[in-house]
Write a protein that binds this ligand. Sequence first.
Ligand SMILES: Cc1cc2nc3c(=O)[nH]c(=O)nc-3n(C[C@H](O)[C@H](O)[C@H](O)COP(=O)(O)O)c2cc1C
Length: 204
Amino acid sequence: MKQIILLSAVLVSLFTSCTPQPAAPSGPTFDEVVTTRRSIRNYDATKTISEAEVRQLLTTTQEAPSWANGQPTKYYVAMTPEKVQAVQELIGDFNKRNVQGAPVLMVSTFENTKSGFFNGQATNEIGEGWGAYDNGVSNAYLVLAARAMGFDTLIMGMRNSDALRTLFNIPESETIMAVISLGYRAAEPNRPGRRPLEEIVTFY
Ligand SMILES: Cc1cc2nc3c(=O)[nH]c(=O)nc-3n(C[C@H](O)[C@H](O)[C@H](O)COP(=O)(O)O)c2cc1C
């Protein structure tokens, strides 16, 4: 009897501590997603994106790995024309010009002292770099998931973080990283070249 109770307790804890694996998505192949994703600097202003679609995109993005599954990355999503325009003013003239027509602009942050930290202490020399690392992994998931949904993106590191903090009331406990546009491409972009593999890989 005691063994049955113990087994039941183990089974219950197994089912409650894990959530089911999401069903494999149907759609373009991984190769198609990766090869057609580009930084888009020319958007089709006639096309819109719904909040439900952004929620679906960010739900997929949440599958990204992170340090101890701490999930430090956060997104502040501008969707109303007023908020989108306000963000456009804070990304510099070059980026502002290039994201005209993109219906969504997202500010990506990470919560400090989470990734790479234990009991408030940095676990190694990378320190808050692990938060930035996790943020980049999350952003990579986002831009690929967006492409799989037929959307296009531009990651922007040129932005006014102080003004964005004020605009979205982002607490000092978060580091502001990129602004990411979301929309539909208006024209096919060129593919910027990549370094020869030999320059970036060392085999032993
Ligand atoms: C962290 C980061 C910051 C970037 N910042 C900008 C930016 O401010 N403006 C811009 O036009 N592109 C920006 N880019 C896009 C890169 O220029 C682009 O990814 C690169 O040229 C390769 O092109 P591809 O994305 O089309 O493959 C950024 C990309 C990353 C990952």
